[in-house]
Write a protein that binds this ligand. Structure first.
Ligand code: AMP
Ligand code: TRP
Length: 345
């Protein structure tokens, strides 16, 4: 292993990003960029697997790039890039589909949930985890910072790596997931037994990264709490209050125990108000940085172009090895891996 672990994660550009994404995603990305040689990918190819508006994809890609930098990623230390700019990702997905099993893909919870909800179920929704496995494996990744909902997909990526290594010879490093100890699964404020989600939560149930301060305060005020009046961390018995304590811990960095003690003799109303304030304090500076960064599209595109160049160089050797191990004839003049394409974003 190289001295620094290779870190890789991906996040979809479509859908409004929530406080859940902050907790399981953005926050962890920033923590891991110092621990390793880090790659963060805006996974636009994943976004087309459910209904989306092509007219919005470009701007939501730039929104997400700005959010990644606003939450603390540093283009000098981390490679931030767009999946569709590095053709190796689409190629790896096809090659790996030969070692991904149909049965296992059908057992993915996310596929089952999403396919139940849509009339049109795309083939891409089914093979989505294979594309994700390729994202990770192309970079010989050691660590994948993700939220709890991606556990099963990471397990699948590990299986795919092991099966490929077994069939074709040692090619991939088998990655580990990195899950936050607190805030790996932020729950919906109106229904604390379901995940806070871009697609499933109601407007009142989710805090969005771009919610104005008053909306944030209001949403916390009307958050569903539990019966009884005691403030205590106990997700099974008290999902609502526990979620609030967890959110406040994510926002302030204070341990849950300390917060539970502090609010033990307070009422639910005080807790809700304090959590709301802590989230306003967390998100306000991020929103300000976002505004500045988002205003300069050329600068964002330039950063993404630099990122794509680094990502191409980093993924090329593994993709080349995959073709070779799988027995493909080499093209005589060499393969041209994702040369810079003369188009805008
Ligand atoms: P997505 O927006 O689906 O691409 O997700 C990006 C990241 O956010 C992934 O690592 C997810 O695991 C994480 N994530 C999404 N929702 C939540 C949540 N409610 N709590 C914690 N992490 C989450
Ligand atoms: N499937 C992930 C999600 O919805 C996004 C993703 C795509 C990803 N490729 C990845 C996450 C590679 C980690 C590593 O959250």
């Amino acid at each position: 292993m190289a001295d620094k672990p290779r870190v890789f994660s991906g996040i979809q550009p479509t859908g409004r990003k929530t406080l859940g994404n902050y907790s399981g995603g953005f926050r962890q990305y920033v923590q891991t960029q110092d621990a390793g040689d880090a790659f963060f990918c805006i996974v636009d190819l994943h976004s087309i697997t459910v209904e989306y508006d092509p007219a919005d994809l470009r701007s939501s890609t730039l929104d997400l790039a700005a959010t990644l930098f606003a939450t603390g990623l540093d283009a000098e230390r981390s490679t931030v890039f767009c999946q569709s700019h590095v053709t190796a990702h689409a190629e790896a997905a096809w090659l790996l589909s030969a070692v991904a099993s149909y049965g296992q893909l059908g057992r993915m919870t996310q596929f089952k949930e999403k396919s139940d909800r849509h009339d049109f179920v795309s083939a891409g929704l089914f093979t989505y985890p294979v594309l994700m496995a390729g994202d990770i494996l192309l970079y010989q990744t050691d660590l994948v910072p993700i939220g709890d909902d991606q556990r099963q997909h990471l397990e699948l990526a590990r299986d795919i790596a092991e099966r490929f290594n077994f069939r074709y010879g040692e090619t991939f490093r088998v990655p580990d997931g990195q899950f936050p100890s607190v805030g790996g699964r932020i729950m919906d404020l109106q229904d604390p037994t379901s995940k806070m989600s871009t697609t499933l939560s109601s407007e009142q149930g989710a805090i969005y990264m771009n919610d104005p301060p008053d909306a944030i305060r209001k949403k916390f005020k009307s958050a569903v709490t539990d019966s009884g009046r005691e403030v205590r961390y106990d997700p099974a018995e008290k999902p609502g209050v526990s979620n609030l304590l967890e959110i406040m811990s994510v926002a302030t960095g204070e341990p849950i125990d300390a917060l539970a003690k502090r609010f033990a003799s307070a009422g639910y109303g005080d807790l809700k108000e304090a959590v709301g304030e802590s989230v306003v304090e967390l998100l306000t500076p991020i929103q300000e940085r976002f505004k500045q960064l988002r205003a300069d599209e050329r600068a964002l595109q330039h950063l993404l172009a630099m990122g794509a160049e680094k990502a191409r160089r980093a993924s090329e050797p593994t993709l080349e090895q995959m073709y070779e191990r799988m027995g493909f004839a080499k093209p005589e003049a060499g393969r041209h891996f994702g040369a810079a394409r003369p188009r805008g974003l």
